[in-house]
Design a protein around this ligand. Structure first.
Ligand SMILES: *Cc1c(COP(=O)(O)O)cnc(C)c1O
Length: 397
């Protein structure tokens, strides 16, 4: 959604692609020369727009892209992206042809998937690269370390399961790398290293080894191997002293579409859950829970206008929120409202970031940004989707 009818709405997301590029560059400075960076752009680039983010990240030196589903990978290919794309999540039989058709790589943790992908690859006449996914302690999806000596695994890694499958990588995923204190990453890493050593001695180790998400990339250099898979940090949303100097790339903005001065005792919104205690000006802002402005924020969140915080009052509706400002503030129709992001104010810079949203909603920044609805147009700064950005992985990687 970059042009046309959907782009006129006075509620929009602004993505600073220069921030994405600078986040990629900052993370790359922490990596050894032999370690590449995969930009994880699943869920439409964590709500930022997968194609635009992918291009910015590749331009800044990312070598690969990661998605959750073959459909997401296909969408990148349809947009002209030629860089290697790995489907990180499990795939179903009806999706296997897509993996081959669009030249994607897939994570594999069972014999049926390996066999089905091989059949799809043969049908398309196109070799599929597969990454063996180990469950070293996440407990969600993957081959257990003790299952690695199964005949199909050895055959896969020897390249003998099918001429249509290329053993491309060995991977695992951490469950607690962002936890303070972290109860599990050390054990998971030990289990992964154990498998790596076993495969190395039998000559079956694939060339690409990867385990680290953003948190592990920042906190544990020992988890980097040949590739790190960075999502949250790409978007500047990993709040941790281990990874300073990140820039959030996304701002969510709107404009006041209606304003009225009301007396004390005036009820606002569904359920009349808010009543003014003094004369006030009530602003209507055209964003609601159908856009991902969650109803749980009713009467308990704030927005920024002219660099100051003002409360969201009354219920969040499907398509509107209401904000209270002083009657004499001069704020009226057309005024810009920052729903998520920073503004310069009279007292300096003020921010309502994804972290603050997440704390209020008892969730994590991932859910906040991926929850911004498809109805909200995305606009780009710092070289847009049609700018001079890369569709390829850099040749040196
Ligand atoms: C989403 C995902 C990542 C990226 O995680 P962040 O915490 O956003 O860096 C890495 N690896 C896998 C397997 C994932 O699913």
């Amino acid at each position: 959604m970059t042009a046309g009818v959907s782009d006129r709405r006075p509620t929009w997301v602004e993505v600073d692609l220069e921030a994405i590029r600078s986040n990629v560059a900052a993370i790359r400075t922490r990596l050894e020369p032999g370690t590449a960076l995969m930009a994880v752009v699943k869920a439409d680039g964590y709500g930022h727009g997968a194609v635009a983010v992918a291009r910015a990240a590749l331009t800044a030196g990312a070598a690969r892209l990661g998605v959750a589903t073959p459909e997401e990978g296909a969408a990148l290919r349809e947009a002209g992206v030629t860089a290697p794309v790995l489907v990180l999540g499990p795939t179903a039989p009806e999706q296997w042809p897509l993996v081959a058709e669009y030249g994607l790589e897939a994570a594999v943790a069972d014999a049926a998937t390996a066999g089905g992908l091989a059949a799809a690859a043969r049908q398309q006449g196109r070799v599929v690269g597969v990454h063996l996914k180990l469950d070293t302690g996440m407990g969600r999806w993957g081959l257990l370390p003790e299952e690695c000596d199964r005949p199909w695994v050895e055959a896969l890694l020897r390249g003998r399961l099918s001429p249509w499958l290329r053993p491309a990588g060995l991977m695992t995923h951490f469950a607690t790398a962002d936890a303070h204190p972290d109860p599990g990453t050390r054990d998971q890493l030990a289990r992964f290293l154990d498998v790596v050593e076993r495969l190395r001695t039998t000559g079956l180790l694939p060339g690409c080894l990867h385990a680290a998400n953003t948190a592990a990339t920042c906190r544990y250099p020992g988890t980097h191997f040949t590739l790190v898979r960075v999502g949250l940090g790409l978007y500047g949303l990993y709040e941790d002293p281990a990874c300073p100097a990140q820039r959030p790339a996304l701002r969510w903005l709107s404009r006041v579409v209606f304003a009225k001065d009301v007396p004390a005792g005036f009820a606002v919104g569904y359920g009349a859950t808010y009543r003014t205690s003094a004369p006030a000006r009530i602003l209507t802002v055209p964003v609601g829970y159908a856009d991902g402005y969650r109803r749980a924020l009713s009467n308990r969140h704030e927005v920024l206008i002219r660099g100051r915080r003002y409360p969201v009052v009354g219920r969040v509706s499907m398509d509107q929120i209401t904000v209270a400002v002083p009657p004499g503030s001069g704020i009226t129709v057309g005024e810009r409202v920052t729903l998520l992001g920073c503004e310069e104010g009279p007292g300096g810079r003020v921010c309502i970031g994804a972290g603050e949203w997440a704390r209020r909603l008892d969730t994590i920044p991932y859910e906040v940004v991926t929850g911004i609805g498809a109805r909200v147009p995305r606009r780009y700064q710092g070289a847009g989707p049609d700018g001079r950005e890369s569709l390829e992985a850099p040749a040196s990687r």
